[in-house]
Design a protein around this ligand. Sequence first.
Ligand code: SAM
Length: 249
Amino acid sequence: MRIDCITLFPELIQAAASAGIVGRAHERALVQTQTWNPRDYAVGNYRRVDDRTAGGGAGMVMMLEPLRQCLQAVKVEAAEVTSHVVYFSPQGKPLTQARVRELAAMPHLVLICGRYEGVDERFIANAVDEEISLGDFVLSGGELPAAVLIDAVTRVQEGAMSDMDSARLDSFEDGLLDHPHFTKPNSDEWGDIPAVLLGGNHAQIAQWRRQQQLQRTFERRPDLLKSAPLSPADRQFLDRLRAQTDKNK
Ligand code: SAM
């Protein structure tokens, strides 16, 4: 897939796209990420990309014209693919793993990173397909959200990891949180690895892991259980957990 990122701080995106699994996926061209600086499309001696917020008051806003010209240049270069334009904003829809999977299947993402008070609203209304938020907090720019999205969509590309099953077993992939993981030593002053994981009985291990997933989700993110696909055995286990919790109250 191709990702074009429009940003005043390309170095932040380039650093994020060059390390670990994401870096290797880029080296192997599973994903190609390119950065574009709206300042290169600004006019005048100072190449201004921001101006005062209309109506007065505190704050600068990213100007329409450099962004429009920059996006136009991206679309000319990527004319052969359908583009999906994302603007990062605390006012957008919170990002989920399900949406990451959908975005990862698209041929071309254009990521717009805001700065200051954000970008001129007319750019959002006319050029943006989707606004994405990382959560209910405010960052100084859209570069970290863009880096997060590039990481999330890259690691799920077929071939990005040596064992793609490990991505399919992560939290949220089947609607639940992941189960706990352990590795050697089997025994330590901070605790032992649960005996079931060392017994070699694959059916028992699978059942233990599933129950741990259900318990963790029940304790930490009960909202996920409303939409998670659950078997009759899962439901019975959750009923027992609920009864136990009620008893302990
Ligand atoms: N005035 C904006 C508001 O209150 O909605 C916040 C602007 S913020 C200081 C500057 C830029 O950081 C935004 O344009 C956006 O691109 C990015 N940003 C900040 N918080 C974000 C979040 N939670 N999710 C995604 N992007 C965010």
